[in-house]
Design a protein around this ligand. Structure first.
Ligand code: IMP
Ligand code: MG
Length: 186
């Protein structure tokens, strides 16, 4: 068993549990797309940075349909939205998603506001389809009802780190998901 480091109060989801879930999600997602993809089409895996980088790397390697990958800097989009009042995807992203089957990947959905903004602006770029997958979700805290087709674990109302998720940019590289210890929050 992995020892719990002092900056965590517990290990919530083990590395093995995460790997099993990601594998299962990739199988389900691949089967669903295999049924709708036409010859020559692929799935564009679009990740919301930065937290999604590990989930993207693991999920994509278990996918059995053709995929391409791209990433968006969500923080950057939100900062620009604050300045202009609009959340817009940049032109590069808009061009790559037009006419594509887009699977938007999130590390964690909390209130869902980030996701809601993203979905609205991505739809303006006219993807052929737009579907959402998140590895972690805080179902109790959701305020926005953007439909999420694929979801891994409900983590309740806890601040979690690891497997891509950070606290002040730290702990993203932990292979498991842990609950941040109150003493580590400063
Ligand atoms: P929301 O769904 O708009 O509330 O915000 C979701 C974003 O907040 C995620 O993409 C994460 O970057 C961040 N976030 C929310 N909860 C956690 C957590 O427990 N640990 C680390 N980051 C979190
Ligand atoms: Mg995020």
């Amino acid at each position: 068993m992995t020892a719990t480091p002092p900056f965590l109060s517990e290990i919530l989801i083990t590395e093995a549990e995460i790997q099993q879930k990601v594998c299962d999600m990739a199988a389900e997602i691949s089967a669903d797309y295999a049924a709708i993809l036409e010859p020559g089409e692929e799935v564009l895996l679009l990740g919301a940075l930065k937290g999604v980088f590990i989930f993207m790397a693991d999920l994509s390697r278990h996918m059995t349909v053709p995929v391409t990958v791209n990433f968006m800097d969500v923080k950057d989009m939100e900062n620009r939205a604050r300045a202009s009042g609009l959340t817009e995807v940049d032109n590069d992203i808009a061009l790559t998603i037009k006419g594509q089957h887009v699977l938007l990947l999130e590390d964690i959905v909390d209130a869902g506001l980030t996701l809601n903004h993203l979905v609205r602006s991505l739809n303006l770029a006219e993807p052929k389809s737009l579907t959402i997958a998140t590895l972690f979700i805080k179902e109790a805290l959701r305020m926005v009802v953007t439909p999420i087709k694929y979801r891994g674990f409900d983590v309740g109302n806890k601040y979690v780190v690891g497997y891509g998720l950070d606290y002040k940019e730290k702990y993203r590289n932990l292979p498991y998901l842990g609950v941040l210890h109150p003493d580590a929050r400063r």
